[in-house]
Design a binder for this molecule. Sequence first.
Ligand SMILES: Nc1ncnc2c1ncn2[C@@H]1O[C@H](COP(=O)(O)OP(=O)(O)OP(=O)(O)O)[C@@H](O)[C@H]1O
Ligand SMILES: [Mg+2]
Length: 430
Amino acid sequence: MASNLWGNVYYKNSFAGILSQEAGGRYIFTYDESYLHHSLPAISYTLPLQVEPHLSEHGLHPFFDNLCAEGWLKNAQARALSLRRGDRFSLLLAFGKDLAGAVSILDPDPIRKIEIDHNDPDNIAALTSRSSLSGIQPKLGAIKEGRVFRPAGRDERATYIAKLSSPTLPDILGLEYITTRACAALLPKDLVVEMTLAPLQGISKRALLIKRFDRSEDGKQIHFEEFNQLLGNHSDDKYEACYEDMADFIIQNRDICLRAECDTLFRRIMACILTGNTDAHLKNFAMEHTHIGLRLTPCYDLVGTACYRQYQTLALGIEGIRNMTIGSIGPKNIVRLGKLFGLPDKAIMLAVSDLASRLNRAHSAVKASKNVDQHIKEKLHQQIKKDGTEYSTQLGLTCQRSDKAAQRTKDLSASFGRYSWIKSTDGFSL
Ligand SMILES: Nc1ncnc2c1ncn2[C@@H]1O[C@H](COP(=O)(O)OP(=O)(O)OP(=O)(O)O)[C@@H](O)[C@H]1O
Ligand SMILES: [Mg+2]
């Protein structure tokens, strides 16, 4: 085989095939014959089971590309291998043992030695388990022992993600924690990741410990793909889309997806807008591969980023319009988004009224959160309030009056509870 680098790809404990880089730079993934004969699942929606190799001319196949580490962890990995930052395949080969989902990649013949900086505890902890996790925030795999969290060791599979504080974004751990709690209050019927603020043994007095939904209690792998993978995008293209693209995927794949999940997803996006989460890009929504098809994973990476002045632009577009600021999003956009999600008028109204009626609970959840600075709580309260107010104004301005709409507004007002401003609106027409 005329290749520079290659690795063995596993799905859970089964050898699935070989991923290699050819001398010319293109990448090839080929399923192993024995894997194909055992009726095992495809490792990715974008890599269906087939005898012929899957070729990728421009960089790693999107499925693999999105498994690579980003940000802080990627930099630490690159330093340990003395590599240029861009060599993603080398990083994945060296740090592909514990990845998001149920696929792992092992280099049978490593040519590069991993040099860990033994004076830097974060570095030791992050690199020892040979794992990769995407995302920009500093993070590493962790394990819970009794009530104590510690970094995952050499041959261990992490069951938690530990996020560490960021030098550039003060309070981000606390902000993610309270935003997640606010979203859980807004979406009582949905699944939201479990997390806690706690020390990470030997590393930090304060980390955000997030339970992994892709690991069972005993560490077994559960397979999922982010929408960036499902849509066949490379990692860097995670902002190059609109929210409706995810709904389109669900609608187009009706044989393996549930149409009802468009409603769940729509509500999640509304919760993100209401909590000022401007970083809800395609890698922050995902679907689990189950034996009956693809189903949404729990919500994760919920951060009210609009609390920081520099993050006011929505990660993805709405109705083909990109780079909208969070302050400019009003009911008109929400209604259009709902329609693009294929939701009937009643479902859109219900979602709006359900979420609006729970805003006060979101505030209470933020208020009740322990170990988070008051000033960051205040910022999130303001964020939630601000969007509520903007909705109210725009509801009045943009919605046409009609008897039906007036009745709906009445119903809506009742469910908005103490948000009495909604009562002053003229109507909410769909
Ligand atoms: N609870 C979880 N269980 C399993 N996988 C997860 C979980 N949370 C996050 N992930 C995976 O890890 C990746 C990185 O996590 P996350 O998005 O929280 O990091 P981040 O650094 O905050 O990302 P971003 O760059 O979007 O700010 C996600 O894209 C997802 O693939
Ligand atoms: Mg993320």
